[in-house]
Design a protein around this ligand. Sequence first.
Ligand code: PMP
Length: 434
Amino acid sequence: MEGAVIGNGVHTTEGKGVRVATNGSTGSVFENVKLCPPDAIFNVKNKYVADKSPNKVNLGVGAYRTEKGEPWVLPVVRTIEAQMSVDSVLNHEYLAIDGLRAFTDASSRLLLGDSSLAITQNRACGVQALSGTGAIRLGLTFLFQNNSSKTIYLSNPTWGNHNGIASAVGYTDVRQYRYYKKETKGLDFEGMIQDIKEAPEGAVFILHTCAHNPTGVDPSTSQWKEILTVIKEKNIFVLFDTAYQGFASGDPDKDVFAVREAVKMGMEFFAAQSFSKNFGLYNERTGQLCCVLKTPEVTTIVKSQLVVICRRMWSNPPNHGARIVATALNNPSLKQEWIENLTTMTSRIHSMRTELHSALRANGTPGNWDHIIKQIGMFTFTGLTNSQVEHLTNKYHIYLLKNGRINMCGLNPSNIEYVAKALKDAVTACPESC
Ligand code: PMP
């Protein structure tokens, strides 16, 4: 069918179903839309999967792996799923727009503590969301519409998606606050405090509650107190990104020190909670936005607005993961089992930290690697340069993020020596200046 005229009047030639206009146009209304680059984190995984080398190691993915390098379904989750599979009352009806109440209540209690004043005074509410990402999107959508300041601050560096979500909801004034100090591979506490002090009144700050991604660097409890004091003085509105509760120390109460301190200080805030990592429910999209406000009346109003946003974005949330978390958290012995499962994960991560650190010292890798044992959570921000990262991937088939972040769960007894040897070679072959 040569020379056909398509919608916009352009003549085309057609071969094997592909239409190309004689003037070079495809005729598609989208022909000027630009191709997006693949997502940086997911693309590391794709490259790893495509690599045929038997030695390949994936240190990029943000998911737990067992000693054998395999994904892990938590035993407590298996137990609950087995009960659910024979439960004849469960069905596939819609949940309420704000989600499963047994889940949102239990999530708020897990975050704030059973006897939190915010809960007993009815100043806390939870709205189920599509995991942590959805909760951040929900919270920022509301804040962009209703908070007087249209400035948002993200830590430098941060989880890449924070930037994307902030601009997707409309923020154009997206700033960074100092967080990581390259020289010490630790917290730039003074820089962070100064940036908060210099921020416009009422700006929004995303703070990582624990196990900071990508650096693995968290403030100490006394530093948190100082940070929150300055935040309160400036009327900054905080969204606590809580993607790793229990993954930093193994103790879910300890990991949310900052959030509970904010309640004690009488602050209003939002917290995005994810159960992807701590329950291993990655693809079930299980999370919520927890809101702590000044009065029960404001809480009701804010929640009503959040419900409207949910209705327009995803209408109502998925059930499976929420029911698992609700069942575990609302039953003392299942909750105990969950904490034991958490310990299994955090202990393995901890032992990979000590083993990698010792292996680097034993093989004489140049540089100081103490940050591997000082940083916490799933990730180590190695401090490797771009060319060192490329060397690891090209020569050793070791995959990690360009910024040098490695997932400690990708290490196991059978690859740790190999990774340590490769690191030594990368650091030696490409000194920082190369
Ligand atoms: N925030 C941070 C800092 C994260 O690392 C992640 C997971 N990579 C999330 C939020 C959200 O994860 P999810 O949507 O899977 O719960």
